[in-house]
Design a protein. Structure first.
Length: 302
């Protein structure tokens, strides 16, 4: 059952990383663009690539077309992270993260059209539950009638679609070619994304200003956060090679639970790392939403 350890390492580490992201957003990027923050994420893979190449020199021996497509998967992934960080600027972590589970719905659709996979009634029902849970999370209750937070919906549904496309590409080439080759060229795509960001004058100025004013905090917290996120991603991707896709996705769908749990704990113990609304109404709404989303993903992956 070693795959289960790798599979569960993903959601646990991702949940910790999400709260680091929220802390960094609150402290340095509450207003303005999060593009400067993305530079750190984009270039972390650039430092990992030499180690991957040293471990397996054959990673660079791939058809050019494969290199390009895998690099696009890295670009799509960081594009999704950019939208996710935009959502975190105004929303709580436990409200944002469950939307990522809608990637399972896009996975079914992509699998149907590109891999010839068929839909079952439990999968359709699970998809509807994911939609219902996400819709409940996007509702805002107050003195007036409930309203939908359309900004959150658009940002996170777009992010989920990009994540699903990136995962489809990664899975295809990791099985067809090699796991580490796919990792290597995905990081190359990340680096390209970072180069594009630094080519934008406003982003470049904000990035270097942040480094000058807060070098210790920026590098120490960001480096720790990126390593945690990297560990979660590698663990989950490696689990895909050891167990059926559906089983691994079912385990990784528990990420919202860990985000919710850590958010409440951090709010009570370390307020700077978590600022969740912990009144009974908010907790009940989030808990019901997360249960709907996770059960829906489990049905999708039956």
């Amino acid at each position: 059952m070693s795959w289960l350890i790798y599979a569960f390492s993903g959601p646990v580490l991702w949940a910790v990383s999400v709260h680091f992201d929220k802390y960094l957003i609150e402290r340095f990027f509450k207003t303005g663009s999060v593009a400067a923050f993305m530079v750190f994420t984009a270039f972390i893979g650039l430092f990992i690539m030499p180690f991957v190449w040293f471990f397996d020199p054959g990673v660079i021996v791939l058809p050019i077309a494969s290199m390009v497509v895998i690099s696009v998967s890295g670009i799509l992934y960081l594009g999704a992270i950019f939208l996710y960080l935009r959502a975190l600027q105004t929303e709580e972590a436990s409200t944002v993260v469950p939307f990522f589970q809608s990637a399972a719905i896009f996975g079914i659709i992509l699998g149907y059209f590109f891999l010839g996979e068929k839909l079952t009634l439990p999968q359709i029902g699970g998809g509807l539950m994911v939609v219902a849970g996400s819709a409940l999370l996007s509702l805002r209750f107050g003195k007036n009638a409930p309203r939908i937070n359309w900004r959150l919906v658009v940002l996170m549904i777009s992010a989920a679609l990009m994540i699903s496309l990136s995962s489809l590409i990664f899975k295809f080439f990791a099985v067809q070619d090699d796991f580490w080759s796919t990792v290597f060229w995905s990081y190359f795509g990340d680096a390209l994304f970072g180069i594009v960001l630094l080519s934008i004058a406003s982003t470049r100025q904000q990035f270097f200003k942040l480094v000058r004013e807060h070098p210790g905090a920026v590098f120490s917290i960001n480096a720790t956060n990126e390593l945690i996120n990297l560990g979660g991603g590698l663990s989950a991707n490696y689990a895909f090679l050891l167990a059926p896709l559906g089983l691994v996705q079912s385990v990784t769908s528990t990420t919202p639970f860990f985000v919710f749990l850590f958010g409440v704990l951090f709010t009570l113990i370390f307020p700077k790392l978590g600022r969740e609304k912990i009144d009974s109404g908010s907790l009940f709404q989030k808990l019901i939403s997360i249960i709907l989303v996770v059960v829906g993903v489990l049905l999708i992956n039956r």
